[in-house]
Design a protein around this ligand. Sequence first.
Ligand SMILES: Nc1ncnc2c1ncn2[C@@H]1O[C@H](COP(=O)(O)OP(=O)(O)OP(=O)(O)O)[C@@H](O)[C@H]1O
Length: 227
Amino acid sequence: MLTFDQVSKSYPGGFIALDRISFELAKGEMAFLTGHSGAGKSTLLKLISLIERPTSGRVLINQIDLSRIRRHQVPFIRRDIGIIFQNHRLLMEHTVFDNVALPLIIEGFTGKDMVKRVHAALDKVGLLDKVRCLPETLSGGEQQRVGIARAVVNKPPLLLADEPTGNLDPELSKDIMQVFEAFNQVGVSVLIATHDHGLVARMRYRTLTLKQGKMINDGLLQFEEPL
Ligand SMILES: Nc1ncnc2c1ncn2[C@@H]1O[C@H](COP(=O)(O)OP(=O)(O)OP(=O)(O)O)[C@@H](O)[C@H]1O
């Protein structure tokens, strides 16, 4: 599904955010991406979603080398990737329905087909009864679930999440993780960047650990190791 092959990323000024990173995420696999603040987690996600480009090395999605993707082709690649942000970036003056419908509208869906898909996505995150609400009337956990519904509404095979439980208490974090697991169980590949040591330890998934731009661990993390 996803391949990093000796990928490095330097930012202008020469700072090396990622240093020769290689790994594969299989179709239907779920993994955590962890490491200290500034270790390169967001940079790695940005390379997958084509927000940034590598300085060297190759990133492939379904065998497609992203370095060969031209600017006008970027939306076609992004269509296969659902992205969930920590601060969910919802449009606060629009309803839950409008927020979740947005990716479909961009893709040209209209009418009953669009409504059906929006309702199906909200149903999966348990928020169908909030479809007419404005996001500000929802709790933090519910807002995050709207963000997840928006990310999955066009059924992408790959989900990326950047600190999806960052502002949530442990109980709500657990709910959010169960939503990710449910998508994973139906074959979606999921990569979750997180600082949350407790979450990583509890959930026992493959964990990719970055330290100063280098991959220092790939596998189940030992609890005692500080991130
Ligand atoms: N656009 C940029 N220009 C210059 N340096 C950048 C840029 N974006 C990130 N960096 C630097 O690259 C390093 C890695 O940043 P990144 O955001 O990937 O880390 P992170 O692991 O996601 O951190 P956090 O957990 O705090 O979000 C940091 O030192 C950061 O300052």
